[in-house]
Every structure is written in C-alpha cells, then in structure tokens.
Write a protein that binds this ligand. Structure first.
Ligand SMILES: [Zn+2]
Ligand SMILES: [Zn+2]
Length: 556
C-alpha cells in the first residue's frame, strides 16, 4: 500500500477542452491507463469536405499495452463517435450502460468493427489495474447516462460526464444525492465537471416541463404535427409518441438516425411504442391531417436530413402545407444557429407554423445551469476543480462558480487539450508544462487523417477561386507543341464575359512555351511549371485571383 502511494496520476485530455466536441480523457497511473469517452466533433466551416473530426490517438500508440479499458459516460456522438476508429487500432474493452452499448454496437456494425463490450450500471464497481471506478447514474438529455467516481492511488477523482440536475426526469431516476454527499464526505481530490451551460443563470428546465408544453401544442393543433428532435433523446421521443397516442394521432418516424434510435431503444426496453400507433411514412396520406404526427431528424438544419428535405420540397413523402405545425424540439448546437434559422425561415415561407425553443418551452438542455453546478460542488466539496466539456468561456465561467463555492484559486485547473495534469503525491494536483500530441484528425469518407492542411488549403482555394486546367500536347521527338495550350475552367470566371482574358492567357502560355529552352523541352515537369507560373501571375495581375491551376502536359 505504501509503495503505491508514491505513484503519480497523469490526466491527459485529448479532446473536449476549449471546444464542444470529441471528448476524450486519458488517466494514466503506473502501468495502467483508462480512458473516459471517445467522441467526435463536427468539422468547422474551414474544413471543407471533411465528414467528422476525431481525437488524435498518437499518445496511446506507444502505450497500447497499458490500456485497461474505455469507460463511456453516455450515448451522444461527442462521447461515442470516435469509438469505431479507436477499436480499429486498439483492442480495448468498452464499459458503458446498456442503452449506450446499444448505440455503440450499432455504430460498430456500421463500421464493420468488432468490440469487447461490457455492460455496467449504477452501483457497480469496476477494477481496472490501479483504478477502481464506482458507477453512478446521472440525468442528461439521453437516458442511461453515467458519472464515474475513480479511486486512484493518489486520491479520488470524480468525473460528472454530461449532466443536469433534473428532479422530475421522465424515467423517475434522479441523481443519487445521498451517495454523492457520502462521496463528498469521504473526500474528493479532484472534480471534473461539465461546463457547457456554466454561463447560464438559474436552473435548467426539467424534461417534464417540455412534455407539458408539447402537450399544449397537441391540444391546440388541428393540422399535421411534425416534430424534429435529437434522435438520442429517448425520453423526449417517448413523450412525443405518448402524446400522439393520447391525441389520436398515428406516428410516422422519419430519418435514419431516428429510425435506428427507436429500434435500439425499444428493443432494449427503454422505449415503449404505443400499440397500433406506428405507421410507415409512405402511408401518411391514408389518414386525415389531425391523425398524423411525424417525428423526424434534422433539428440542427443538417442539409441531408429529413426536415431539411421537407423544407426544400425534396422529401418524397412529406410536402409541407400551410396547415402544418412544425416543432423544433431542440436548440442549435453552438455554430449551427445560422443553418437552424434558415430552416425556420424556409418552413415559414411555405406558410407552416413553426415553433422553436426561443418562442416556447419545447426544449430542455441536458446540461446543468449555474445553480445545479453549484449544487454538485456543494455535494462533492472537491479539493481541486477542473472544468471540462466546454469552450474557453464556459471553462472560465465554471471556474468562477468554483471560486464562489470556496475552491481556492490555486486549486482550480483550467487545462487545455494535450496538456498534462499531474496528481500526487501528497494530495496535490497541478497543471504541468508538458504537452502530448493532440489535435483534430479529419475523417473524409474512408480516409482517416490523410486530409491535412495542404489538402484543406487546396480545397479552400478551389472553393474560393476555382480551377483552371491547361492542356498541352507536345511531340518529344521534334520538340514541338502540336496541340494546345487549351484552357478549361470551373468556378473561376464566367467565360461568356471574360472570354478575352482566357484567350489572352492562352496566348501568354503559348509564348512562354515557345521561349522555353531546349532543356526545358525535355523535362515534362519544367513545362508544367512554365504553364502554372505564367497563368498564376497573369490571373493575379488581371483579376487579383488565385485559382488552383492544373497543367496537363501530354507527350507523344
Ligand atoms: Zn451529452
Ligand atoms: Zn457532450
């Protein structure tokens, strides 16, 4: 026991700090590593064509044999989205609640990846090398979410996962306040807590109040009701289905992730579909408008989603009518505000009534507001505090709350991705100056990490200034151009208007090629360079533009 006391604990956030997304934290003690969560993030607008972003696993590559397990707090994409990529590389047992495992299993199947999945639930203790993890139930916007209390040789670390304090959750399962308080009594060295809503005053809305608001909408509406929600919010979707059944409406489910969720959650018993209520979206026309509820994906305005296709008039089965009431039972994820307001506008243009969270209580956040965060601090009374899951401002707001709750300034650790936090020995936690490899690995189609800054720059140039292809055919034996140069452009200039510029440019390339030296004539790369340089300079001089120039030199 005394020997183990000397061990240090290293906490390494690989994602989720100074950002909302790709949450992943490594805990390393002696020969053991455990990981909490392995999520994805959505690309920002600069990452053209990138599908998703995952954390950099580099730090784990030399230490693969130390990894004892991945513990997953809940089924949101920013916590589970990168698991298939992790398991492609590392064989790690995955510990999560039953519903979360259901979502992970589905994800692994889609990626054709096998996993060693192990179910855990509230009250369980998991022993992984130097770590003993107590599993606690927590309330969040997805059912079956967990928090972890991790006993380590240097002390106890509490990780809240994403949480809110909902006293009237739909499934009736509150936080275990007495256990939290006991844990606090026993002493918590470090608390790591969700900061997403640390800037919001008061107490977040209970999920039950959303049910009441939605119920009022059902009562007041005679046309079709179309509700868009996060598919992962099992309780919300359940409530919507129950309301539909109570109000004599059939339920049509729309969008792949919503269909998947309904299947997984009802298979596992987390959801009960009201009897004889579910209909195929193809059959909605067989019913009157006041007998229809459509529940759909697309609450974030995602371009390919069902709701977006409805708004654009491109959905096969659902054409929006002026008598429709559309409810966005969600709030825009930071960064999505514009796309969401676009979709609201498009739907309103079609005459439909649109209800969203700014005008009615049709959404409750899954994250704790200030008073809830303070309550968590009060229950656990940590010696050190490290805000997690948030952008810089959220982390700062949360740090301020901890100060108000009496955590000394010197004991508040505002870390960033890749920065190593060290705990122990003798009950000390500090932010070190050591950083490990971290970053955003971009996944584009089947390629993982092959799209780097060079490719992104090229895509940016393409999207901003277009493409010019110049084709030249030359006969190597006589050293003469026999066809071309010929210019083709895409997204560069409107040829009808700027035709003379292209003609002029062609002339310049011809001239430069004629003036090329003998040596250059025998070097295909040199000819390409001439074409590229001449055009680049010319277009910049004439139009102040930098298109991507692609010289195609064919020798015969
Ligand atoms: Zn979450
Ligand atoms: Zn999250």
């Amino acid at each position: 026991m005394t020997a183990r006391k000397k061990e240090k604990l290293r906490i390494i956030p690989l994602g989720g700090l100074q950002e909302i997304g790709k949450n992943m934290t490594v805990f390393e003690c002696g020969d053991d590593i455990i990981i909490i969560d392995c999520g994805m993030a959505f690309p920002d607008s600069e990452m053209l064509g990138v599908d998703i972003v995952i954390p950099d696993f580099e730090y784990l590559r030399d230490r693969a044999d130390k990894i004892r397990g991945l513990l997953v707090t809940h089924a949101h994409e920013d916590h589970i989205g990168a698991i298939p990529y992790l398991l492609q590389e590392f064989s790690v047992p995955v510990y999560a609640s039953r519903l979360t495992l259901g979502f992970i299993e589905n994800k692994l199947r889609e990626h054709d990846v096998k996993g060693d999945l192990r179910e855990i639930g509230a009250g369980d203790y998991v022993r992984l090398g130097n770590f003993t993890i107590e599993v606690l139930h927590t309330t969040h916007s997805v059912a079956d979410a967990l928090a972890f209390c991790i006993d380590t040789p240097v002390g106890r670390i509490f990780h809240t996962g994403d949480f809110k304090i909902d006293l009237t959750p739909i499934d009736g399962q509150r936080l275990d306040f007495s256990r939290l308080s006991q844990i606090g009594d026993d002493g918590v060295l470090l608390l790591m807590a969700d900061s997403t809503n640390a800037g919001k005053r008061g107490h977040s809305l209970s999920e039950s109040s959303v049910g009441v608001s939605l119920g009022n909408i059902f009562k007041a509406t005679s046309g079709r009701i179309i509700i868009a929600s996060f598919s992962s919010n099992v309780h919300r979707v359940q409530k919507i289905m129950d309301l539909a059944a109570e109000n004599g409406r059939k339920i049509a489910v729309c969008g792949r992730s919503m269909e998947n969720m309904v299947r997984i959650a009802s298979d596992l018993g987390y959801m009960t579909i009201p009897t004889d209520s579910l209909i195929d979206i193809k059959h909605i026309k067989q019913y009157n408008d006041d007998q229809i509820l459509i529940i759909t994906t697309g609450s974030q305005g995602e371009t390919m989603s069902a709701l977006s296709r409805m708004a654009q008039g491109e959905h096969k089965q659902v054409k929006i009518k002026s008598s429709d009431t559309i409810v966005l039972s969600s709030s825009p994820v930071p960064g999505n505000e514009k796309t969401v307001s676009n979709i609201v506008n498009t739907l309103m243009e079609k005459g439909a009534k649109v209800i969203y969270n700014e005008i009615a209580d049709v959404h409750a956040s899954g994250h704790a507001n200030q008073e809830e965060l303070k309550l968590m601090q009060a229950l656990l009374r940590p010696k050190y505090f490290m805000p997690v899951h948030g952008e810089v401002r959220h982390l700062q707001y949360h740090a301020e709350l901890a100060r108000q709750m009496g955590v000394p300034e010197s004991n508040i650790i505002i870390a960033s991705n890749g920065r190593v936090v060290e705990a122990g020995p003798s009950e000390k936690v500090k932010l070190t100056s050591e950083t490990v490899s971290w970053g955003a690995v971009m996944v584009d189609g089947l390629g993982i990490g092959d799209v780097g800054s060079v490719v992104l720059n090229e895509r940016k140039n393409l999207s901003e200034a277009g493409l010019v292809v110049v084709t030249v055919v030359y006969d190597k034996s006589i050293g003469e151009i026999i066809a071309g140069p010929e210019l083709h452009t895409r997204g560069f200039i409107y040829v009808q208007e700027y035709g003379t510029i292209l003609k002029d440019a062609t002339g310049r390339v011809t001239k430069a090629l004629l003036n090329a030296s003998d040596k250059e004539y025998h070097d295909i790369e040199a000819l390409r360079k001439i074409c590229r340089d001449v055009l680049r300079n010319y277009f910049y001089e004439k139009l102040n533009r930098n298109p991507v120039i692609l010289p195609v030199v064919i020798e015969i």
